[in-house]
Design a protein. Structure first.
Length: 261
């Protein structure tokens, strides 16, 4: 009787120890990939930078900050990603991982808004950390800064001042080539390494707010696959989404083009 009880206790101890070791190994691999993808190994600062839709013509103040609902929803998606150890672990294990393992790998994550149109984006304090930049250059001064500094490889036609629906290649052998689609809404997801500032920047943008949200949702849902495919190298994706009609009905996009760094 006592021998049976003792064997059951030992078997349970061995089982839970094995489960703990397997969970720890899974988390270590996942965390290493996670930090590498967003540049958190070298710099523990990361901010989501939303577009600033504030308009001086409708305000008596010299500067202001306003965000769209679609970009706010996009920021919420990224916040969910960074808010916990989202590595497909059981709920029973995830709490232990958050409390113990992440304690040694903490990072400063927050949400911010692009500088007002009259402000100099080079003085934007968050440039010293890693960024997820949401939105196109028309409303996002940080995105405009990286375009001006020639650090990105894809830009929307609207960012070039055109009304046509296309994405333009800015670097490599195909510079100047235009990616088009008659049936899909175009979006860009791109990761660059800012060598001068020592940071990693990920851009998510589309022609409209719903497409920008969809591009950000794509990043949140697919960062593991992107990390596996590209490692820590720069990349730029031109994605084609079905027209969302300003809704939130996410459907996986088509990859229309891929640029590898």
């Amino acid at each position: 009787m006592l021998a049976d009880i003792a064997s059951n206790v030992i078997a349970n101890i061995v089982f839970w120890l094995g489960l703990g070791l397997a969970a720890a190994a899974t988390v270590r691999v996942g965390q290493r990939r996670f930090r590498r993808f967003f540049g958190l190994d070298a710099n523990q600062q990361l901010a989501v930078c939303l577009s600033n839709t504030w308009n001086a013509e409708t305000s008596a103040r010299p500067r202001g900050y306003s965000v769209s609902l679609h970009e706010l929803r996009a920021a919420e998606a990224v916040t969910r990603l960074f808010g916990s150890a989202s590595f497909r672990l059981p709920d029973l294990v995830r709490g232990l991982v958050d409390a113990i393992y992440l304690g040694g790998h903490r990072y400063d994550f927050h949400m911010t808004v692009s500088p007002a149109p009259a402000d100099d984006p080079k003085r934007f304090a968050e440039l010293g950390g890693n960024l997820v930049v949401v939105g196109a250059a028309a409303r996002n001064g940080v995105r405009g800064l990286y375009l001006d500094e020639n650090l990105v490889n894809l830009r929307l036609g609207t960012e070039a001042g055109a009304d046509e629906r296309f994405v333009e290649v800015l670097g490599g052998a195909d510079v100047g080539r235009r990616i088009t689609s008659d049936s899909l809404e175009l979006a860009v997801v791109e990761r660059v390494h800012d060598a001068a500032r020592g940071t990693t920047v990920v851009f998510c943008l589309g022609r409209h707010g719903d497409t920008t949200w969809a591009a950000t949702e794509y990043l949140v849902r697919n960062w593991r696959g992107l990390e596996k495919e590209f490692g820590d190298r720069p990349f730029a994706l031109c994605l084609g989404f079905q027209d969302l009609g300003y809704g939130y009905d996410y459907r996986p996009p088509r990859r229309l083009d891929v640029l590898r760094g």
